[in-house]
Design a protein around this ligand. Structure first.
Ligand code: BJW
Ligand code: ZN
Length: 258
């Protein structure tokens, strides 16, 4: 059952807010059919998803890691944004100052039309030269599904290509981190559908709280940060965000033009 009092409070905070920042994780794309990383859904051919998302796994077995990315790219290509993506896209047009930081690499927020998206862990639709050869750009778009050759080869040096995502043990690109850190100084910060286990993304909600934001979490279950935030609501993102949005539409103070 949805917590009506918490939803009232969220609607009230959003109605007053000028600047809103939303951090999303895999749970936001779950209703679109994209598997999450942890828990029962995070298994692929008996491999834990998170143990494939490392440079060590790629160095050990690029074929296996690329088979996993090939499978995900095909699956995501057939998925559509769900109501959670669509509500956030409409908020990105409605709030004067709106930032969406996503840990998801699937591109579904962009496909829903969201403005000002920070791709914290980059994109599954980009590739990079694994050896970082001089002749290749840092990263480039590759939306071919399925890729004709696994693992794909660098057109510049014929070495291995890697997915253009941030793996565990790799740094977030400095300008991406900088933009995300700047956006936590906001009126309302929502953390939606993330387990808050992976840093530095997991630290953003507390950073927002320290900067004075009202902090809200929406997740199917409690996470390590739930007790530290102002409001933690347990439920499905696609249901709760839609319910909040419907209530906002009935609030006179909330613009009607988005
Ligand atoms: C729903 C729902 C519905 C389901 N509605 N909810 C400090 C302390 C400890 C460790 C570290 C630290 N600082 C850095 C580290 C190391 C590491 C880390 O955090 N490790 C932890 C696992 C312990 N971090 C890094 O390496 C990061 N780099 C970095 O910090 O650089 C400097 C540094 C390096 C090394 C050491 C120290 C410093 C980089 C992190 C990159 C993460 N990459 C991945 C793969 C991306 C590519 C790909 O997609 O293939 O990113 S791993 C994976 O986890 C992916 C995700 O974006 C990320 C987060 O997962 P997310 O989105 O939260 O998904 P789940 O599955 O965990 O949770 C889903 C949630 O949804 C659940 O809670 C469900 O309940 C919920 N849910 N349906 C609402 N309908
Ligand atoms: Zn190359």
């Amino acid at each position: 059952m949805l917590d009506a009092t918490a939803i009232d409070r969220i609607v009230d905070e959003l109605t007053k807010a000028r600047s809103v920042t939303v951090l999303t994780g895999a749970g936001v794309s779950a209703a679109s059919g994209v598997p999450t990383f942890r828990g029962a859904a995070g298994l692929w051919k008996s491999h834990r998803a998170e143990s494939l998302a490392t440079p060590e796994a790629f160095a050990r077995n690029p074929q296996l890691v690329w088979e996993w990315y090939q499978w995900r790219r095909q699956l995501i290509a057939d998925c559509e944004p769900n109501p959670a993506h669509r509500v956030l896209a409409s908020w990105s047009r409605r709030f004067e100052d709106f930032t969406l930081i996503t840990q998801n690499v699937d591109g579904l927020h962009e496909r829903a039309g969201t403005r000002n998206v920070i791709r914290f862990h980059e994109s599954i639709w980009e590739v990079q030269c694994w050896s970082g050869c001089q002749r290749s750009p840092d990263r480039w778009l590759n939306e071919v599904v399925p890729l004709s050759e696994i693992p794909p080869r660098c057109p510049h040096c014929a070495g291995l290509l890697r997915p253009g995502v941030v793996w565990l043990g790799e740094g977030i690109r400095p300008h991406v981190l900088e933009r995300a850190l700047a956006s936590v100084s906001c009126d309302v910060f929502l953390s939606v559908g993330t387990s808050s286990l992976v840093y530095p993304a997991a630290a953003l909600s507390n950073a927002a709280k320290s900067s004075g934001a009202t902090t809200i979490e929406i997740n199917l279950e409690a996470t390590p940060v739930s007790s530290q935030l102002d409001i933690a609501l347990e439920g499905a993102a696609e249901t709760i965000l839609k319910q909040i949005d419907d209530r906002l539409h009935n609030t006179a103070a909330f613009g009607k033009d988005a």
